[in-house]
Ligand binder design. Structure first.
Ligand SMILES: C[S@@+](CC[C@H](N)C(=O)[O-])C[C@H]1O[C@@H](n2cnc3c(N)ncnc32)[C@H](O)[C@@H]1O
Length: 236
C-alpha cells in the first residue's frame, strides 16, 4: 500500500516491481490526483497491477478483512503534510501483517543547499518553511522518522537517505530546479498572506533562483530521509 499516492508514479513503480503475483493499492485524498493517477496507469497498460482508492491516510479506506494483511505500507512526502504524523504511522502499522514493513521517506528542509547561494534565497526559503509550520505541519519531519517508527512499536529499524539534488550540466538538473521553483511559486499565497515575506522579496528570490539555474556551477545539495521498520510478530 502506498499512502498519499499523488499522481501515482511511485505507486506504479512499486506495482511494476511486485508484478502480477501481488496487489498494490494507492490511497490518496485528492480526487483530481486519483483521476490523473488512474489515467496514467491506464495509458501505460498498468491498470491491472495497481488500484487507486480515494481516502484519508488518517482513516484508511480498508475493509475489515484487509487490515493487518499488507506486506508493506509505504509513504513518501506525506508526513510533512499532516499535523500529526504518529496518527498516519499508526494506520500504517495496523494495515500491515506481523513481520511486514512500514517504510517512510520525507523531507527535512534543513538539508537543502543550493550553491552558489541564489540572491534572496534565504528569506524566501525561511518563508516557505514557516508556511508549513503555520499549517501545524513539520518541515523537519525527516529527522524524526526513526523516532516515529520506534514510538509506534516497530523493530529492526533502519535509516538511509536518497540524493534528490543535481548540478548544472546533468540531464535532470533543469527539471529538479524547475520543480523547486514551482513548489515555491505554488506556496506564494501562503507565504504572502501570513506576511512571512513581502511581494518584492518573493520575486527577488524567484528571480535569484532563475539566475542560479542558468549558472554554469549551479549545484543543489539535497537528501531525503528514509526509514523502515518491521511490525513485530504477536509472540515477540
Ligand atoms: C507531495 S505529494 C507526494 C505524492 C507521492 N507520494 C510521491 O512521492 O510522488 C503528497 C500527497 O499526499 C496527499 N495527502 C496529503 N494529506 C493526505 C491525507 N491525509 N490522506 C491522503 N492523502 C494525503 C496529497 O494530496 C498529495 O497528493
Amino acid at each position: 500500500m502506498d499512502l498519499g499516492s499523488g499522481l501515482g508514479q511511485f505507486t506504479r513503480l512499486i506495482a511494476r516491481t511486485v508484478g502480477k503475483e501481488g496487489h498494490v493499492v494507492g490511497i490518496e485524498r485528492d480526487r483530481d490526483q486519483i483521476l490523473q493517477a488512474k489515467s496514467l496507469a491506464d495509458s501505460s497498460g498498468e491498470s491491472e497491477l495497481v488500484e487507486f482508492r480515494k481516502g484519508d491516510a488518517l482513516e484508511l479506506p480498508l475493509n475489515g478483512s484487509e487490515w493487518g494483511t499488507f506486506d508493506v505500507a509505504h509513504a513518501r512526502f506525506l508526513l510533512e503534510h499532516v499535523p500529526r504524523p504518529p496518527l498516519v504511522i499508526a494506520q500504517m502499522v495496523r494495515s500491515v501483517r506481523p513481520g511486514g514493513r512500514v517504510f517512510v521517506s520525507d523531507d527535512d528542509h534543513d538539508n537543502f543547499r543550493p550553491w552558489p547561494e541564489p540572491r534572496g534565497f534565504h528569506a524566501l526559503w525561511q518563508a516557505y518553511v514557516h508556511s508549513y509550520e503555520r499549517l501545524g505541519n513539520d518541515p523537519y519531519v525527516g529527522r524524526r522518522l526513526v523516532s516515529l517508527l520506534r514510538d509506534a512499536g516497530l523493530t529492526s529499524i533502519r535509516n538511509s537517505c536518497v540524493f534528490f539534488g543535481g548540478c548544472a550540466g546533468n540531464e535532470r538538473f533543469q527539471a529538479v530546479a524547475d520543480n523547486l521553483i514551482g513548489a515555491l511559486e505554488g506556496a506564494k499565497d501562503a507565504m504572502l498572506s501570513e506576511e512571512f515575506l513581502d511581494e518584492e522579496s518573493f520575486y527577488t528570490g524567484i528571480d535569484g533562483l532563475q539566475q542560479w539555474k542558468a549558472h554554469p556551477s549551479a549545484a543543489l545539495w539535497y537528501t531525503v530521509c528514509c526509514a523502515e521498520g518491521t511490525v513485530p510478530n504477536q509472540d515477540n
